[in-house]
Write a protein that binds this ligand. Structure first.
Ligand code: NI
Length: 256
């Protein structure tokens, strides 16, 4: 059994054939999917999908790309939404200094505000970090962001950073890029860090793993991330699925 810990099922590309996507996931052994919000409407939609499908849980929050949208009213609505038992974490939140779609000041403010929200709600956080490794780590430490646990999604950093993140009570999640030929650094991290801190994800509809690159991604394809991880760790795919699913259940405090 596998868990896709990061999927955007509410994306229009996925919604058009959601039932078929979920059926294919089940067939591929993906028994649980974490649906991640990136702004208020997508967070509401994630909760709606989670209410309708017992294998789906929701994560709500505002992505750094949309950081400038995080006003007091949005925070208020996220707090209300978080009361739903299907909501297991706050995310995806963080910093994106690669695309810089929101001004960096606003990204920092939105990140810190949502860390505080997660702390108040006793929920873990799901972090998006692109080209902002050191600053993300500094904020995590200063705000005690790992106090209820957390997940660094689609990990692409080097080994020392992963070690620092694990010390701060974070899990390290690997997505499709783990299967790419040019991902030597990421593969090295996945091979070396403590296995009980590793999660797997698709980030669908983006980041389709090999050998399916070029097509739309979906939760069933987390199998290919698991297969690559199994190879790197010298384990069977069954063992890899068991360990990463157990880790995901702990990280998101999922019911058994
Ligand atoms: Ni994402």
């Amino acid at each position: 059994m596998l868990i896709d810990t990061h999927a955007h099922l509410q994306d229009e590309e996925m919604l058009s054939d959601l039932e078929a996507v979920l059926a294919r996931a089940k067939e591929a052994g993906v028994d649980t999917i974490i649906c991640i919000g990136y702004d208020l409407p997508s967070s509401k939609k994630a909760v709606e999908i989670a209410r309708q499908h017992e294998q789906v849980f929701a994560v709500i929050g505002v992505h750094p790309h949309s950081a400038s949208e995080l006003d007091a009213q949005t925070i208020d609505e996220l707090f209300k939404l978080a009361k739903d038992p299907q909501v297991v974490a706050i995310g995806e939140i963080g910093l994106d200094f690669y695309r810089d779609l929101s001004p960096r000041d606003q990204q920092r403010t939105a990140f810190i505000e949502q860390i505080k929200m997660a702390r108040e709600l006793y929920k873990p956080i799901v972090i998006h970090d692109r080209d902002a490794h050191q600053e993300v780590l500094d904020i995590i430490k200063a705000e005690k962001a790992g106090i209820n646990g957390g997940i660094m999604h689609c990990y692409s950093g080097h080994l020392p950073l992963a070690v620092d993140l694990m010390k701060a009570n974070f899990y390290i999640s690997f997505a499709g890029p783990l299967t790419y030929k040019n991902a030597r650094k990421t593969q090295e991290v996945a091979a070396k860090i403590s296995f009980d801190r590793i999660l797997i994800e698709t980030d669908c509809p983006y980041l389709t793993p090999e050998p399916l690159r070029g097509r739309r991604n979906e939760p069933a394809n987390v199998y290919h991330v698991a297969a690559k991880l199994a190879e790197l760790r010298n384990k069977t795919i069954e063992e890899t699925g068991y360990i990463t699913s157990r880790n995901a259940r702990t990280a998101f405090r999922l019911p058994d």
